[in-house]
Design a protein around this ligand. Structure first.
Ligand code: PLP
Length: 392
């Protein structure tokens, strides 16, 4: 369904700063002004299109800051168009709400973000009588085995949150196309710098912009990139009428973060590789999952479909739940907080008693840590980990 249009000739580093076209008109501001009016003077000589998408109506129909960031994101993702939302979850919900009618069936990665688990584990499925199968999308045969007459969407998260499992976008897209099924990919862990789902055959690419794209832990947003036709459908339905619109202020903040995304991703990746190798060398570390390590189960696939390995990794430490919490308590530089893709190195712990853990590989079953490696010096992050590992 998706047709790629590279609508510009700039490299991604340039697009992140200038967009697809550089405006040099004298007197225009170099930085995009923030337009915080939510209403606009309407033309008196014609009936406004209250339910249309466009500038100058009402901010829920779209704002200038939204439109300029959408144009940049579409160019970065090699998409025809983009729709922004108030959060990653609002972007995901808009896709599900648009493409899953009552009576339809969805196949979803069994390792996926918690809200997706809830939406397909009852919230959307029970309300709209939608069937959902959570499958191991790192195994194409699992997906094949679950396709039904009424399957309308395959939703894949790759790398998956939290395990970093990699699913083969190109293979899954061939399967989806053969059955006329839409394939959506949440590539938040990779960022649009290291993975281009639409180039690999996906119909829809989704990101939580709250994470790497914004990158500074201060604004929330989400984006959906696809064809003009798909984006128009999403905007006219879900965006305007369920209302998860991005604020002009957040669009502006995220645009500022986006300007340094390629630079930040390089540092996130280099740091993560160094830290993954350090963790692997430690006696009381039970396992490390990082797509850049040869020991990662889908390392070869990561090499094929990603141009960098990003900053997300998982590891385990020896000992029971209490001991694992003690390790956490010994960390001082690394921040114990949710989210990812931030300047700060962030860590969260999943206990072996957490119900979600049964969906994860064997190594994870004793409890594990997910770490989003930040932009601090790798030496300092390693020193913090080393101290905690030697003293818990
Ligand atoms: C892979 C992935 N997708 C979507 C989301 C949801 O994004 P948001 O928190 O911006 O709604 C998250 C949040 O952690 C995530 O990790």
């Amino acid at each position: 369904m998706y047709k790629m249009t590279k609508n510009n000739s700039f490299d991604v580093d340039t697009i992140c700063i200038h967009g697809a076209h550089k405006n040099t008109e004298p007197g225009t501001p170099v930085r995009e002004p923030i337009v915080l009016s939510n209403i606009y003077h309407l033309p008196k000589d014609k009936e406004p299109n209250w339910s249309g998408v466009g500038h100058g109506i009402y901010t829920r129909n779209g704002s200038d800051n939204q439109f300029s960031l959408e144009a940049k994101m579409a160019a970065i993702e090699h998409a025809q168009d983009c729709a922004l939302f108030a959060s990653g979850v609002a972007a995901l919900s808009a896709v599900f709400w648009t493409f899953l009618p009552t009576g339809s069936h969805v196949i979803c990665s069994k390792v996926c973000y918690a809200a997706v688990n809830k939406l397909f584990g009852g919230m959307l499925t029970e309300r709209y009588q939608i069937e959902a199968d959570f499958v191991d999308t790192t195994d194409i045969n699992e997906i094949k085995a679950h396709i039904k007459e009424n399957t309308k969407l395959i939703h894949v998260e790759t790398p998956g949150n939290p395990t970093t499992g990699i699913s083969d976008i190109s293979e899954i897209s061939k399967l989806a196309k053969a059955h006329n099924i839409i394939l959506s990919v949440d590539g938040t862990f990779a960022s649009p710098i290291y993975q281009k789902p639409l180039d690999l055959g996906a119909d829809i690419s989704i990101h939580s912009m709250t994470k790497y794209i914004n990158g500074h832990g201060d604004a929330m947003g989400g984006c959906v990139c696809s064809t003009k036709e798909i984006i128009e459908k999403i905007k006219l339905g879900a965006m305007i009428n369920t209302g998860g619109i991005i604020s002009p202020f957040n669009a502006w903040i995220i645009d500022r973060g986006l300007m340094t995304l390629p630079l930040r991703m390089e540092k996130h990746s280099n740091n993560a590789m160094e830290i993954a190798k350090f963790l692997q060398s430690q006696n009381n570390v039970t396992f490390v999952y990082y797509p850049g390590l040869e020991s990662h189960p889908q390392h070869k696939l990561a090499l094929k479909q990603m141009s960098g390995f990003s900053g997300m990794l998982c590891f385990g430490v020896k000992g029971d739940d209490l001991k694992q919490k003690e390790f956490l308590n010994k960390l001082s530089l690394i921040t114990y907080a949710l989210s990812l893709g931030d300047t700060d190195t962030l860590i969260v712990h999943t206990s072996k008693n957490d119900a979600k853990i049964k969906n994860y590989p064997q190594e994870f079953q004793n409890g594990f840590f997910r770490m989003s490696v930040g932009l601090e010096s790798a030496k300092d992050i390693i020193a913090d980990l080393k101290y905690a590992l030697d003293n818990y």
